[in-house]
Design a protein around this ligand. Structure first.
Ligand SMILES: Cc1cc2nc3c(=O)[nH]c(=O)nc-3n(C[C@H](O)[C@H](O)[C@H](O)COP(=O)(O)OP(=O)(O)OC[C@H]3O[C@@H](n4cnc5c(N)ncnc54)[C@H](O)[C@@H]3O)c2cc1C
Length: 300
């Protein structure tokens, strides 16, 4: 189906974009346009004005923050994340997850901001951003606020964004020394979307023998990326060995009620969440030991 006629504007500044969004309830930001235009073509939603934010300088670029973290503009594409020397140097796994999204055409246009603001539970970037303790920087005509990634995703295609607000950038703090990240997905069938994902971050002690801090984030178990606090508590203080990680991950998702859908039952998801979490934690430990902050993202 073709797009219905819709007004298109290309503001020259962030302030101009925020002004348009504040004054018109029917205006929507257009970033990579890959999801929004499909939604509009399929008549699932309608907008009066498409506000093209893709060329705004305030939403572009990746810079190093004073504390060694990253500030990533909302309109940075997956391809830019993949190719960024800054990202690869300090947050290898974030670049790796971006590098595994679909195909080159999608990676050329899809933006980190669009990926998050859509809040499609199958999207790749939200779980790794939660695992990395990322913070979403929001602006509206009336001010700015910061929302932790863990609180940004509110539900199926729902976020903490208020009407008239834009995600401007994402701050990813520097990881502590001896930290690494991992990411694992399960998709059943060729070209299938992931049924379960896990992202992990661990920090090891000086001897690289004990896990001192961890994040275990599950996606597609609930409609939003969800930290498994019980699994994290079991990992913190555990030996960084296969047996100890396997034992800690055996209870992953036991305190949750995974969704059932056409792709898999609740119980199947729970079992696969344990496997994906173990793989992600194993990768994170290897990365922390190897001095590289992540290894292969492995699939969609
Ligand atoms: C064929 C195909 C395959 C795909 N495969 C994958 C995949 O494997 N993994 C994956 O993660 N994704 C996948 N996607 C989704 C794709 O990555 C989209 O690009 C992404 O979901 C949205 O990013 P976008 O930049 O295109 O945003 P848009 O489509 O422009 O916007 C999406 C939504 O977010 C809002 N929005 C965008 N930016 C902002 C902002 N800065 N502030 C506030 N609101 C904003 C828009 O108003 C809109 O509601 C696929 C898409 C297609 C078409």
């Amino acid at each position: 189906m073709l797009l219905e006629q819709v007004e298109y504007v290309r503001p020259q500044s962030l302030d101009e974009a925020l002004e348009i969004l504040a004054n018109d309830d029917g205006a929507a930001p257009l970033a990579g346009g890959q999801s929004l235009t499909n939604v509009l073509k399929n008549r699932v939603a309608s907008v009066d004005v498409l506000v093209d934010i893709s060329a705004l300088g305030d939403l572009a670029g990746i810079t190093r923050t004073a504390d060694g973290g990253l500030s990533i503009g909302a309109c940075v594409t997956y391809d830019e994340l993949d190719r960024s020397a800054e990202v690869r140097q300090s947050h290898w796994m974030l670049g790796e997850v971006a590098a595994h999204i679909e195909d080159q055409q999608i990676r050329n246009k899809g933006t980190i901001g669009g990926n998050c603001c859509l809040s499609d539970p199958t999207n790749n970037l939200p779980p790794i951003l939660v695992a990395l303790d990322a913070v979403m920087e929001l602006r509206s005509r009336s001010g700015r606020r910061s929302v932790e990634a863990a609180d940004f995703f509110k539900g199926y295609f729902a976020t903490a964004l208020e009407p008239g607000e834009l995600l401007v950038s994402i701050t990813v703090p520097q990881m502590p020394e001896r930290s690494g990240a991992g990411y694992a997905s399960l998709a059943v069938g060729a070209d299938a979307k992931a049924m379960v994902r896990a992202a992990a971050r661990v920090t090891l002690d000086r001897d690289h023998a004990t896990i001192v801090d961890s994040r275990v984030v599950l996606a597609r178990v609930a409609h939003v990326p969800t930290r498994d606090a019980e699994a994290e508590a079991r990992l913190n203080g555990a030996d960084a060995t296969d047996d100890a990680v396997r034992a800690a991950c055996a209870g992953v998702a036991d305190g949750m009620q995974p969704i059932t859908d056409v792709h898999g039952s609740s119980e199947y998801r729970r079992q696969m969440a344990k496997v994906m979490a173990r793989r992600a934690v194993d990768q994170a430990i290897a990365a922390a030991r190897g001095g590289r902050n992540g290894s292969s993202a492995g699939g969609n």
